[in-house]
Design a protein around this ligand. Structure first.
Ligand code: SF4
Ligand code: SF4
Length: 262
């Protein structure tokens, strides 16, 4: 993975070539871009790339494929500790020909459920880290020589493009998890925290194992969870994931609404 400010801040971008530029863009500024089967580079950018996955990406794709989360993890993804973070993060597997496992002859075979980083491309966001002054996020456009989408006529602001790509709600859903990841990144992890990291991995990426942990262990007798929440998370993966983020706050930082029974 190439080093960029955005990646070091754990904002996720994907690039398929070594030569790319990050062009800052103001919120009300327009950029030209369109990606469709008619562009000469169609599918070229889905090869030899790191596509980081968010928890909501995993839930949506495994549901589309009608498989369990552990099957998704084994077949389609790899965990990788990224430089400077020591955090295990999930990315899509590349096939034998170095193409994304979901790339088909006619393009992305999971297009309706494609990951957030694929939806956001070619936009990116650089957020202020906890050690920097608080302030507004700043946006940029990723320009790669291989990508001919920048020569198309359609123009967008970043927020118009995100809306068009159906990424605004997903960004909101993933935000609590990104904040957890950013906080974890700033901690110096040690060996005795391996167990916490295993909880982070299971809760973030293996939703079916997390459900089994909640409902097939002593969890509900040990923690004070109200009945409405229990009903909500029984069969709804998205609700369970939101609950999982609260669980991570408790287990990692001893914060949030989840508390042991008195
Ligand atoms: S998930 Fe789809 S859009 Fe994203 S890299 Fe793979 S084939 Fe391309
Ligand atoms: S226009 Fe850009 S995003 Fe679309 S297929 Fe070509 S390289 Fe990929």
């Amino acid at each position: 993975m190439k080093e960029t400010k955005s990646q070091s801040d754990l904002q996720q971008i994907r690039t398929a070539s070594d030569r790319f530029r990050l062009k800052p863009i103001a919120p009300d500024e327009k950029f030209s871009f369109s990606c469709h089967p008619g562009v000469s580079c169609f599918n070229d950018c889905c090869k030899q790339i790191d596509v980081l996955l968010t928890p909501f990406d995993v839930v949506r794709i495994k549901r589309k494929l009608d498989i369990r989360s552990d099957q998704f993890l084994a077949r389609y993804s790899v965990l990788q500790n990224f430089k400077d973070t020591d955090l295990p993060l999930l990315k899509l597997k590349m096939g034998d020909d170095e193409s994304c496992v979901f790339l088909g002859e006619k393009g992305c075979t999971i297009y309706e459920n494609r990951p957030v980083v694929c939806r956001n491309y070619p936009t990116g966001v650089a957020t202020k880290s906890s050690t920097e002054e608080a302030g507004e996020n700043s946006y940029f456009i990723i320009e790669e020589d291989m990508c001919k989408g920048h020569f198309e006529k359609e123009t967008w602001t970043v927020s118009e493009y995100k809306k068009n790509q159906g990424v605004i709600e997903l960004d909101e859903q993933n935000q609590p998890w990104l904040e957890i990841v950013a906080r974890l990144k700033s901690l110096a992890l040690k060996d005795d925290q391996d167990q916490k990291m295993n909880v982070f991995i299971m809760t973030s990426y293996d939703i079916d194992a997390f459900r089994s942990f909640v409902f097939n262990s002593t969890f509900l007798t040990r923690f004070d969870i109200n009945n409405d929440t229990v009903e909500r998370i029984k069969s709804d993966d998205e609700e369970l994931l939101k609950f999982g983020f609260e669980w991570l706050k408790f287990i990692l930082f001893n914060e949030g609404p989840i508390r042991p029974r008195e």
